[in-house]
Design a protein around this ligand. Structure first.
Ligand code: SIN
Length: 284
């Protein structure tokens, strides 16, 4: 019997009473989707999942997402590792607020992340509720960005000159990042983006991937974006997830931003990740 323990935060819940390594019936899957859409980020603790279990479970939630710029693990073309070795000195991966791969024409609806090796301290993941961020935007700022589109690009991270580019590779990052010139591409999405399943509007920008606002001079858009970035990561929107080995976290990229945190120097951290496309869309 599934039970839900909401987090003492704007979003987030712990889901108990389901073994994700076992086959799940339709009613259970529908219930999990319902909980996910309501709480935005949900954690299943004490799961013992082989990679195949992770693949099977995520396919029940939605089709495979596209994962540019991170090579998959051998034999599992949709599973990537979020990895940091104990002695690694490269900058933290994903330390700025972002919604996964928002620079794609059809960004992933969701992401599943499974804790394999978790440090004894630090390494939490922060999630910020972007429905609440949109709903609480100051009126003048909301009016200035309503019906506007932000220009997203992977260039700051994944181009050869980006944060995970040539210099980063030379510095010896352990994660299988594959930077590329394709990261220079751009893709626009509404700043107030309507969630296709809930119909609610969420703020959909991030300092990691947004490089401007369509049809607006850079100085004007930089000022508006700075105000949005300051607003979107406020404490009242945040759920802090503390990891344990065997926890699977499933989040909704359409109404959340997230970021990694450090504080585990000298310890290894390893998680497996699968992105989930919108229903009806399937990555190659
Ligand atoms: C991610 O953004 O997928 C990684 C989050 C984390 O490492 O905590």
């Amino acid at each position: 019997m599934i039970s839900v323990q909401p987090a003492q935060a704007a979003c987030g819940a712990s889901v108990r009473g389901v073994d994700l390594s076992a086959p799940l019936d339709l009613a259970t899957v529908n219930r999990i989707r319902e909980i996910w859409l309501k709480h935005q980020v949900i954690a299943f603790e004490d799961q013992q999942l082989a990679v195949e279990d992770l693949e099977r479970f995520t396919l029940l939630i939605g089709p495979r997402g596209e994962d540019p710029y991170i090579a998959p693990i051998p034999g599992h073309k949709h599973v990537v590792e979020i990895r940091r070795e104990a002695d690694e000195t490269s900058r933290l991966f994903a330390e700025n607020w972002h919604s996964d791969w928002s620079f794609l024409p059809s960004p992933p609806a969701g992401t599943a992340l499974y804790g394999c090796v978790i440090p004894p301290v630090g390494g939490d993941t922060l999630f910020a509720d972007q429905y609440a961020a949109w709903d609480s935007l100051p009126a003048a700022l909301k009016a200035a960005v309503t019906d506007r589109k932000a220009i997203h690009s992977a260039r700051r991270g994944y181009s050869p000159k980006g944060a995970y580019g040539e210099k980063d590779r030379a510095a010896g990052r352990s994660m299988a990042i594959r930077f590329s010139e394709t990261a220079m591409r751009t893709q626009s999405h509404p700043i107030g983006r309507i969630h296709p399943e809930t119909g609610r509007t969420a703020l959909y920008v991030s300092a990691a991937y947004v490089i401007g606002i369509e049809g607006m001079p850079d100085n004007e858009s930089a000022d508006l974006l700075a105000q949005l970035y300051e607003h979107m990561g406020q404490q009242q929107f945040i759920y802090r997830h503390r990891w344990a080995v065997g926890t699977l976290v499933l989040w909704d990229n359409r109404c959340l931003v997230h970021k990694a945190t450090g504080g585990y120097e000298g310890h290894r951290r390893l998680l497996q990740r699968i992105t989930i496309a919108e229903r009806g869309l399937q990555a190659a």
